[in-house]
Write a protein that binds this ligand. Structure first.
Ligand code: KIV
Length: 273
């Protein structure tokens, strides 16, 4: 009965489609959103994937790190975003310590899927996280890995710093990127790593890479929506750009971002490390 159903709903973006986009060299456009209205703007502008990032702790809740964000916060915002998207793939971040072992991760990812409407979860790191990725993917929960500057490790890093700058650190990042892909991750966010390193990882691993401060050669790009609208308080990060400047609406700004990612204009060399 569904095969012949007429629908005005745009075709939803799926995980296999993101893989196919890497194969065809089509850039993947991702943005964060934390509520239904911004999610609907992203969706209408043709953004491929919307990430409910735990960055909401900083840009929505006004905290100075992502560490205080909890699973209830993520479920609440993911459910709000789910009401705004019709087509974009919905990815929800797993907050600090919510994936500390496989059982805890399955319970919390289950909530993000069942109560929040997510289609993928994102988790930071490698090491012990590889077992968690394997457990989630064994239970048909698609995973986006996140390497490089992983903000939940801010105290270990001693600040929000570019990662993978030394030969050893770069080698570790390359090994971790292969390991998350081999463990079953379907997507990999690379945050604040040298562009040449991100290019190498993107060429070597079979899953799409999504860069933020990782140069133009990743398979796609993501930004925090308030950064690219120029409304995050304080200094804009080097890797971001104000797409609302000189444009009349949020929708125009998001469309300009999507166009610039797809035609390779963003990020420019001045946004890379
Ligand atoms: O929390 C977040 O918004 C993120 C992106 C910046 C990748 O992790």
């Amino acid at each position: 009965m569904y095969a012949n159903a007429k629908s005005t709903v745009r075709t939803a973006i799926t995980v296999p489609q993101l893989h196919a986009m890497k194969g065809k060299g089509e850039k993947i456009v991702m943005l964060t959103a934390y509520d239904a209205s911004f999610a609907a703007q992203c969706d209408a502008a043709g953004v491929d994937a919307v990430l409910v990032g735990d960055s909401l702790g900083m840009v929505v809740q006004g905290r100075d790190s992502t560490l205080p964000v909890n699973v209830d916060d993520m479920v609440y915002h993911t459910a709000a975003v789910a009401r705004g998207v019709r087509s974009a793939l919905l990815i929800a971040d797993m907050p600090f310590l919510s994936f500390r072992d496989a059982d805890t991760a399955l319970r919390n990812a289950g909530r993000l899927f069942a109560e929040g409407g997510a289609a993928m979860v994102k988790l930071e790191g490698a090491g012990y996280v590889l077992d968690v990725i394997r457990a989630l993917t064994r239970h048909a929960i698609p995973v986006c890995a996140h390497l490089g500057l992983t903000p939940q490790s801010v105290h270990k890093f001693g600040g929000y710093r570019v990662q993978g700058k030394t030969k050893d650190a770069a080698a570790q990042l390359i090994a971790d990127a292969h390991a998350v892909a081999e463990s079953g991750a379907d997507l990999l966010v690379l945050e604040c790593v040298p562009a040449a390193l991100a290019r190498r990882i993107t060429a070597e691993i079979p899953i799409p890479t999504i860069g933020i401060g990782a140069g133009a050669d990743c398979d796609g790009q993501v930004l925090v929506i308030y950064d690219m609208l120029g409304i995050t308080p304080g200094k804009r990060p080097k890797f971001s750009k104000d797409f609302l400047a000189g444009r009349g609406s949020v929708g125009d700004a998001i469309r300009a971002y999507a166009d610039e990612v797809r035609n390779g204009k963003f990020p420019a060399p001045e946004h890379a490390f």
